[in-house]
Design a protein around this ligand. Structure first.
Ligand SMILES: [Ca+2]
Ligand SMILES: [Ca+2]
Ligand SMILES: [Ca+2]
Length: 177
């Protein structure tokens, strides 16, 4: 596994442990889901419910695949296995990525503007300088917009164990000036 992939996964673990007790649990995912849906102010209930369902599936998958010691919560050591066996998470991550992308595009024109992108990524817990660095790495067009598909693919790449030098690396650590 690439060092970059481990760093990306460490960051996601720390964010998904929304209550900061060192484990990912059902309540962490519920907390994050409510924050993200709240940030999606222009989305309809269908899109919001899809996002909530994606978070629910995320938790169900983590609990089913990674809770090795069966204590009902996911430690970091357990979580790292999601990168070691990415094929077991492809469907869950794809649903998550597509639901998040849909929240970023409430008018369904296939494009995401920076302010909404930033609002959703802030709700997940990323830092604003990293969010802007990621958005810039996605190559925004005139009007400061990116394609939803670019974002969705970026989320999937983020979890890929063999990728380095990808836009998602901009979320880790301090962004380059
Ligand atoms: Ca927790
Ligand atoms: Ca466990
Ligand atoms: Ca749009």
């Amino acid at each position: 596994m690439r060092t970059e992939a481990i760093s990306r996964v460490q960051l996601v673990f720390s964010l998904f442990d929304a209550n900061g007790n060192g484990y990912i649990e059902a309540e962490d995912l519920a907390l994050m889901a409510s924050r993200v849906v709240e940030a999606a102010r222009d989305s309809d209930d269908t899109a919001k419910n899809a996002m909530l369902a994606a978070f629910q599936r995320y938790w169900t998958t983590l609990a089913a695949e990674l809770d090795t010691d069966q204590d009902g919560r996911i430690s970091f050591d357990e979580y790292v296995a999601c990168v070691l066996a990415p094929e077991r998470f492809d469907g869950t991550i794809a649903e998550f990525a597509e639901s998040l992308g849909a929240l970023g595009d409430p008018d369904a024109d296939g494009l995401v503007e920076r302010p909404l992108f930033a609002a959703l990524m802030t709700a997940i817990g990323f830092e604003r300088p990293n969010i802007d660095a990621l958005f810039d790495a996605f190559g925004p067009s005139d009007g400061d917009r990116i394609a939803v598909t670019t974002w969705v693919e970026g989320i999937k790449d983020y979890y890929a164990p063999d990728k380095a030098g990808i836009p998602g690396d901009r979320l880790v650590g301090q962004p380059a000036a």
